[in-house]
Design a protein around this ligand. Structure first.
Ligand code: GAR
Length: 195
């Protein structure tokens, strides 16, 4: 390994997956360094956490831009300014265009709260419950232009339990997310897994 890979985490809110990545990256032998946190929402709680940890944290408010392309240009500029090599989307709730994804192809990861290819898109926990699914979970995947359709890096399964509602199920899935995302980022940063 030639140095820790400079990784940006993209968030839109709470940032608990970002916190799990930051915690994992504290280990000296972890192959990635969380060098930057970017939120498209200036009020994202995760920005404050990152700053407390001494990590550069930047808000790029998508509402301040005329369209997706100019927002993504600003994002791309910040990523390059910080010499970023890998991007981990973690609860980043903006769709990234095909042009942006193409530029970062193979270096752009996402975590999604379902067992892909099941339940792409939003409201995954509600939909799993409505279907009477007995299992649910989460997936880390390489991002491609098609939403939530990229090659799978890691998955974790959790049971759906009697009496679950979307909140209890989401909480169980989130615990699994915090386990697999640091492992998946490590496999990619070390070169063990590539697109
Ligand atoms: C996580 O459950 C993540 O999988 C999901 O948002 C939550 C963010 O929580 N992502 C998506 O739904 C992406 N479409 P966090 O901010 O605490 O990491």
């Amino acid at each position: 390994m030639t140095g820790r890979r400079r990784t940006a985490v993209l968030i839109s809110g709470r940032g608990s997956n970002m916190q799990a990545l930051v915690a994992a990256a504290r280990a000296p032998d972890y192959p990635a360094e969380i060098a930057l946190v970017v939120s498209n929402r200036p009020d994202a709680a995760g920005l404050g956490y990152a700053r407390e940890q001494g990590i550069e944290a930047v808000a790029i408010d998508h509402k301040a831009f005329a369209d997706r392309a100019t927002f993504e240009n600003a994002l791309d500029t910040v990523l390059h300014k910080h010499d970023i090599d890998l991007i981990a989307c973690a609860g980043f709730m903006r769709i990234l265009s095909a042009a942006f994804v193409e530029k970062w192809l193979g270096r752009l990861l996402n975590i999604h709260p379902s067992l892909l290819p099941a339940y792409r898109g939003l409201d995954t926990h509600e939909r799993a419950l409505a279907d009477g699914a007995s299992e649910h979970g989460c997936t880390v995947h390489f991002m491609v232009a098609e939403l939530d359709a990229g090659p799978i890096v890691a998955q974790a399964r959790v049971p759906v339990l009697p009496g679950d509602d979307a909140a209890t199920l989401a909480a169980r899935v989130l615990i699994a997310e915090h386990e697999i995302y640091p492992q998946a980022l490590a496999s990619i940063a070390s070169g063990e897994i590539a697109l």
